[in-house]
Design a protein around this ligand. Sequence first.
Ligand SMILES: [Fe+2]
Length: 192
Amino acid sequence: MRSQPFTYELPLSGGLPSVWDSHTTRRLSSMKGQYLDQAAYETMLAREDTLLYEVYEIKRPEAAGELLQGISFIHPGKVGDEYFMTKGHFHQILDTGEVYYCLSGQGLMVTETPEGDTQVLEFRPGRVLYVLPRWAHRSVNTSPTEDLVFYFVYPANAGHDYGTIEQKGFRKLVVERDGQPTVIDNPRWKPG
Ligand SMILES: [Fe+2]
């Protein structure tokens, strides 16, 4: 791991960063129960365990004061009417925020607090999205053809709570209606 201040390049065209230490891939099988159209999910999974998104990270100690950084590529596609998206999470240390910088593509970020406030932010190339502490976040690629690519930075000790979202889902979903990305209430959202 680097022990001196360092630099690296993020192509504004949305290509790979000039350095990275880890490459994580998320496939359809890791999203069980997350998509509204379960039948479409099962049909698609039976055909292929499709690659949904990839994350390249710069390795840092998971210690207070450090910042974790990386780039995510969310590939285009849908499960039924619902766009490819990240798993979404709260931070384990709930009071930690995150900065996103959109490099290319288009999409929406769905956010919510444990108390039920919701907010949907739009990704656009060149736009910064700031996720406040306490807000769960999920990124959704609404382009039919292009990757959604963004850079992220967050406190290295924040950790991830994926379980809450896996159990309850987000209160809002992003689906295609009449060819347009549309935010709907999640009919399967459950408070328990
Ligand atoms: Fe996060």
